[in-house]
Design a protein around this ligand. Structure first.
Ligand code: CUA
Length: 321
């Protein structure tokens, strides 16, 4: 799945704060490593030779004892100061993370499922709310408050270029705030082992300039586009009559189930199965026929259909912009 997936290239204030903390820790750890290795090298260099080791030094010279004592004291003092500095740095970072202003925030309700992400964009009026899956769009420069829940087991939200990690825990609700200051596509990944297909539980956050975001949002609120060609009409008929409609919803059609990703605008997404396969006509048909081939162990069952029918379903879904 495309998109930036990089802790070291922050695209918003939350990720930038974590990046600064990371830099502080990198410098501190490098200094500790170098000092430790140098001290070890000196100790090895100065160690008594094998011939001298035969006679134990039971009564060391007072100067030797004093040196030893001094190094222990300095070692303890140095480690304490360093730990305090790291504690302070993490405290400051924590304060900065929770200081993101949330006025005018876009609110997204994100539910983790084995093995995909269900997203609902909330609004005060119910007709303005809409659902999508695995690919979020956010406006550049505006805060986003993501409400996290889990449907089955623990998952973890992680889009490294935009924010830190936050767990999605069944029966509990948590939130994470973020803001993208640079337009782009940022890849995220479920960061808590949640089962067989944990590795294929990717998420994409597309940060759009505000006008593009408004256009995207307006499109997502629309019901599904009506089929135009004979093939697309046949595709819709099959989607409504086969097992598709038992799990998926396509607004404006008879498919109204909510167990699997909402397909109302599936063609506006670049990938299927949370980053498992690219959303192209041929791969879409293969995915409908047997998603298990790409992502074994998921809930989507194989569909025994003729190649023409699969192509019709793929064409219909491909028209759902
Ligand atoms: Cu969901 Cu790992």
């Amino acid at each position: 799945m495309n998109g930036v997936h990089d802790v070291l290239s922050p695209a918003g204030p939350q990720a930038a704060t974590l990046y600064q903390l990371w830099n502080v820790m990198l410098v501190a750890c490098t200094v500790v490593f170098v000092v430790t290795i140098v001290a070890l090298a000196i100790a090895v260099w100065r160690a008594p030779r094998a011939t001298e080791r035969a006679k134990p030094d039971l009564d060391p010279h007072p100067r030797k004892v004093a040196t030893l004592r001094r190094s222990v004291v300095w070692g303890i003092a140095g480690s304490s100061v360093l730990l305090l500095v790291l504690l302070l740095a993490s405290f400051v970072a924590d304060r900065a993370l929770s200081a993101l202003p949330l006025a005018n925030a876009v609110r997204i309700d994100l539910v983790g499922h084995q093995f995909w992400w269900e997203a609902r964009y909330e609004s005060h009026s119910p007709e303005l709310t809409f659902s999508t899956a695995n690919e979020l769009h956010v406006p550049v420069g505006r805060p986003v408050l993501v409400r996290l829940r889990a449907d089955d087991v623990i998952h973890s939200f992680w889009v490294p270029s935009l924010s830190g990690k936050k767990d999605l825990i069944p029966g509990r609700e948590s939130t994470i705030a973020l803001r993208a200051d640079r337009a782009g596509t940022y890849r995220g990944q479920c960061a808590e082992f949640c089962g067989y297909q944990h590795a294929q539980m990717a998420l994409v956050v597309v940060a759009d300039p505000p006008a593009d975001y408004e256009r995207w949002q307006a499109l997502q609120r629309e019901p599904a586009r009506a089929p135009e060609t004979a093939q697309e009409r046949r595709g819709l008929e099959l989607v409504e009559q086969t097992s598709c409609a038992m799990c998926h919803a396509i607004h404006g059609t008879r498919a109204r189930a909510r167990r699997a990703p909402d397909l109302t605008h599936v063609a506006s997404r670049g990938w299927l199965g949370a980053g498992a396969v690219e959303n192209t006509p041929a791969l879409r048909a293969e995915w409908i026929a047997n998603a298990q081939k790409f992502k074994p162990g998921i809930n989507m069952p194989p569909l025994d259909a003729a190649p023409d029918d699969l192509a019709a379903m793929s064409a219909y879904l491909g028209s759902l912009r």
